[in-house]
Ligand binder design. Structure first.
Ligand SMILES: Nc1nc2c(ncn2[C@@H]2O[C@H](COP(=O)(O)OP(=O)(O)OP(=O)(O)O)[C@@H](O)[C@H]2O)c(=O)[nH]1
Length: 301
């Protein structure tokens, strides 16, 4: 039905302080897992897109990296990738965690948003754990700073309030043909998605033992004659001392990470997957252009 004149199609940028729940919300809107969620802040490094459908409307969601004060090149690239996503948007959703508001990260976003021309929508997330009165007070306070077209109260986790928000959002999208075929829920390439799945396992299984500046780099991605996928990835760490952490005793940790990621990938892609992980020590990898571009970031200035 993509050539139907009744169709609508628009770009929706989702911004917010780290851990506000952006990935969770995108997953909820799309209805299946495309963005990576994690309890650790700043895990969304590559810009992932999700495509949400509502009736005749297609909404392309830009799930931006957590925005925080840029220090190193890596940080700056993440910030500009975030804003780049918001540039041509038909709507910008500002997602706020009303409990852990992260004011120092939220305030600069409010300031920047105030002067932006896009239709701005405030989404107060995590209503499942927030108290009602402070929630309303916060909505009022933030609305005093930025002219929001609409305010929604949702729980990205439970899905509470999300269908209503989705429907209202769809109504404001411009008329036009769909940009993606109906069955395509994500245009993030599968190999990048595969690396994200491994990276999520890396964070999950190593928790605080590993600094956030580790990366998973796609090496090769090939279909075997029997239809199964052979995927090779590099886990890039910044220091030699981090290698044994990733490997674990007798290689047990990397094996567990690989097994969990392989299992999840097989389920997501519905094919048999052979996953090979290698640890690579690359000092100052965050200053390395090649790795940067491979994980979907723009090197910039
Ligand atoms: N209780 C509750 N927790 C939530 C909700 N939405 C997200 N979370 C949790 O908040 C944490 C962060 O969620 P993410 O979706 O990864 O947040 P993000 O904004 O994408 O984070 P960054 O990638 O760091 O920018 C996870 O532990 C989620 O499970 C919600 O509605 N209620």
């Amino acid at each position: 039905m993509t050539d139907d004149t009744n169709t609508r199609c628009g770009l929706v940028a989702v911004i917010g302080a780290p851990n506000a729940g952006k990935s969770t919300l995108v997953n909820q809107l799309v209805g299946q897992k495309v963005a990576i969620t994690s309890a650790k802040a700043q895990t969304t490094r590559a810009r992932m897109l999700g495509i949400a459908l509502h009736g005749e409307t297609q909404m392309i969601l830009v799930d931006t990296p957590g925005i925080f004060t840029p220090r190193r090149r890596l940080d700056r690239a993440m910030v500009s990738a975030a804003w780049e996503g918001a540039e041509a948007a038909d709507a910008v959703l500002l997602l706020v965690d009303p409990v852990k508001q992260r004011r120092h990260e939220l305030e600069p976003l409010l300031e920047a948003l105030a002067t932006r021309p896009e239709r701005k929508i405030l989404v107060l997330n995590k209503v499942d754990v927030a108290k009602k009165e402070p929630l309303l007070a916060l909505a009022q306070e933030l609305s005093g700073k930025v002219e929001f077209a609409e305010v929604f109260f949702v729980s990205a986790l439970t899905g509470d309030g999300v269908p209503e928000m989705k429907a209202a959002l769809a109504e404001t999208m411009p008329e036009g043909a769909w940009m993606y075929p109906e069955d395509q829920v994500s245009d993030a390439s599968e190999r990048l998605l595969a690396a994200e799945v491994t990276r999520e396992q890396l964070y999950r299984q190593l928790h605080e033992e590993l600094p956030y500046d580790s990366a998973v780099r796609p090496e090769s991605y090939q279909q075997r004659p029997d239809g199964s996928l052979e995927i090779h990835q590099q886990i890039v760490v910044g220091r030699e001392s981090q290698r044994p952490i990733v490997l674990g005793k007798g290689g047990s940790r990397i094996k567990a990470i690989g097994e969990a990621a392989r299992k999840e990938l097989s389920e997501m892609l519905d094919v048999k997957v052979h996953l090979f992980l290698h640890v690579k020590v690359e000092e100052n990898w965050a200053e390395n252009r090649e790795i940067f571009e491979e994980i979907g970031l723009d090197w910039g200035r």
